[in-house]
Design a protein around this ligand. Structure first.
Ligand SMILES: Cc1cc2nc3c(=O)[nH]c(=O)nc-3n(C[C@H](O)[C@H](O)[C@H](O)COP(=O)(O)OP(=O)(O)OC[C@H]3O[C@@H](n4cnc5c(N)ncnc54)[C@H](O)[C@@H]3O)c2cc1C
Length: 398
C-alpha cells in the first residue's frame, strides 16, 4: 500500500495512545495517517498489565482516569471489536499513618470527582478475596468501577475502527525524520516516503524522546522497563472477577485475567530501579530475572497463602517512556508549531488511552480539552517547577 502524500494529522506510534488518537481523529472527520514501525501494540501497550483504575493522588489525573473509565465498559460496542474489558473492582491496601492519611484524602478527593470508591477496613478485603491476610495493614480503599482490559485487543480495536472510518494505518513503516520549516513541522519522513502535514502527534512511547529530537525538542522522557509474571492460582476462590489488589507495603499488585490466572508485578526492587536503568527500547525485552519472580510470588503468598500452590505460567517485561514525575505528558510544546505529544506513560497510562485520544482530537479541533487539564499535563510543568507529586512511594501508582 502506497503512503498518502498528505494528511491533516500524522500520528507516530501504534500503541494504545496513538491508536486511540487515530480513532478519535477519524471519528471527528479528520484525515489522519498512523505510522507504526512494527505492528500495532508491539511495544509497551502489548506488554501492559491492563489495569484500569481511578485511584490516583492528583485531581487532574483522577479526572482523566475517570473520563477513561467512563469509556471502558462500552468501548467494545463503540469500536465493534473486542477489548476484553472486565469490571472487577480494585483494592488498595496501605500500612503506616502517613500512607493511611494519604489514602483517606485521596479517596475523598476521588469521590468529589465522581469515582465510586470508599475507605474500608483491611478485614473487609476478605469479603472479596477469601483468606486474604491483613497483617500489618492499616487501611484500604475499594474502587468498585475499576477493571481491566486486554491491552493488545484494545489497541488493535482502536486501529481497526480508525481504518474503517477512513484513517490510513501503516504498520512496518518507520518515521525517520520530521520536515521542518523554521520551527514549524510540515511533514513526516518515513522509510517509504514523505507525508505532508500541518500536525504531527508523537505517540512513540519509549522512543518518544527520539521523535521529539527530530523537531529539536529535548523531551525529558526516558525509556524504562517493567516486568510481570502470571500464575495459575490452583484455587477456585480466585476468578476472573476477583478484584485487582495493590499492597503498598510490598509495592506488589495482582489482577486476574479472563482465564482466571493471577497477573502480578511491581515489587520493591523494580520500584527502586525504575528510573536508574538505561534501557534500549530497540533491544528485545529481557526475560525477568528469577529474583523478580521469587519476590512477587513471596509477596502474593504473604497476602494470599493459597498462592503457595500457584503454578508459574509465564513472565515478561516491556518498555515504557518514563517522565520525571511518572505521569503522562500531553499537548503542544511552546515554540514548535504543528507538534503535539501523548508521551511519558510511565508504567501506568494504558487505562487513559480512550480519554487521551478523545482529548487529542478535541484539542486539534478546538484548541481546548473538556476532561484533560492542558496545563497540568503540559511538558512545561517540569521547567516551571510544578510536577505532579505522587502521594505514595510506589512511582507507578501516582
Ligand atoms: C509490564 C507493563 C505493565 C503495565 N501495566 C499497566 C497497567 O496495569 N495499567 C496501565 O494503565 N498501564 C500499564 N502499563 C503502562 C502502559 O502499558 C503504557 O503506559 C502504555 O501502553 C503506553 O502506550 P503508548 O502508546 O504511549 O506506547 P507504546 O505502546 O510503546 O507505543 C509506541 C509505539 O511507537 C512505535 N514507534 C516508535 N518509534 C517509531 C518510529 N520512529 N516510527 C514509527 N513508529 C514508532 C513503537 O513501535 C510502538 O509501537 C504497563 C506497562 C508495562 C511495560
Amino acid at each position: 500500500m502506497d503512503l498518502v502524500r498528505e494528511a491533516e494529522v500524522v500520528v507516530i506510534g501504534g500503541g494504545a495512545h496513538g491508536a486511540s488518537a487515530t480513532y478519535h481523529l477519524a471519528r471527528a472527520g479528520r484525515s489522519v495517517a498512523l505510522i507504526e514501525k512494527r505492528t500495532i501494540a508491539s511495544a509497551s501497550s502489548g506488554a501492559s498489565g491492563g489495569i484500569i483504575r481511578c485511584h490516583y493522588s492528583n485531581p487532574a489525573m483522577v479526572r482523566l482516569a475517570h473520563r477513561a473509565a467512563e469509556w471502558w465498559p462500552g468501548l467494545a460496542d463503540e469500536l465493534g471489536h473486542p477489548v476484553d474489558y472486565v469490571n472487577n473492582g480494585l483494592i488498595v491496601a496501605v500500612a503506616g499513618a502517613a500512607d493511611a492519611a494519604h489514602l483517606e484524602r485521596a479517596v475523598r478527593m476521588q469521590q468529589r470527582v465522581g469515582v465510586t470508591t470508599q475507605v474500608i477496613a483491611p478485614e473487609e478485603i476478605e469479603h472479596w478475596i477469601p483468606g486474604f491476610v491483613t497483617e500489618g495493614l492499616q487501611l484500604a480503599a475499594y474502587e468498585a468501577e475499576a477493571g481491566y482490559a486486554d491491552p493488545y485487543a484494545a489497541s488493535t480495536a482502536f486501529a481497526a475502527k480508525a481504518r474503517e472510518l477512513g484513517a490510513q494505518v501503516y504498520t512496518e513503516t518507520t518515521v525517520t525524520g520530521l520536515v521542518m520549516s523554521g520551527s514549524r513541522v510540515t511533514g513526516v519522513e518515513t522509510n517509504r516516503g514523505t507525508i505532508r502535514t500541518a500536525t504531527v502527534v508523537n505517540c512513540a512511547g519509549p522512543w518518544a524522546d527520539r521523535i521529539a529530537a527530530m523537531a529539536g525538542i529535548d523531551l525529558p522522557v526516558r525509556p524504562g522497563l517493567l516486568q510481570m509474571v502470571a500464575f495459575h492460582p490452583r484455587y477456585d476462590g480466585w476468578t476472573r472477577g476477583s478484584p485487582t489488589w495493590l499492597d503498598l507495603t510490598t509495592m506488589t499488585y495482582c489482577r486476574p485475567d479472563a482465564s482466571g490466572a493471577m497477573l502480578a508485578g511491581g515489587g520493591l526492587a523494580e520500584n527502586a530501579a525504575i528510573d536508574s536503568e538505561a534501557v534500549d527500547p530497540d533491544a528485545a525485552p529481557p526475560r525477568p530475572p528469577v529474583a523478580f519472580e521469587a519476590e512477587i510470588h513471596e509477596n502474593l503468598v504473604r497476602r494470599c497463602p493459597w498462592a503457595a500452590r500457584a503454578a508459574r505460567l509465564r513472565a515478561w517485561s516491556g518498555p515504557d517512556g518514563n517522565s520525571p514525575d511518572f505521569h503522562l505528558v500531553f499537548g503542544p510544546v511552546p515554540g514548535v508549531a504543528g507538534y503535539l505529544q501523548i508521551v511519558g506513560g510511565s508504567g501506568n497510562s494504558f487505562k487513559l488511552a480512550p480519554a487521551t485520544g478523545e482529548a487529542l482530537a478535541e484539542y486539534v479541533t478546538s484548541g481546548t480539552s473538556t476532561y484533560l487539564d492542558l496545563d497540568a499535563f503540559s511538558v512545561t510543568r517540569f521547567a516551571e517547577g510544578r510536577p505532579f507529586r505522587g502521594g505514595y512511594q510506589m512511582h507507578i501508582v501516582g
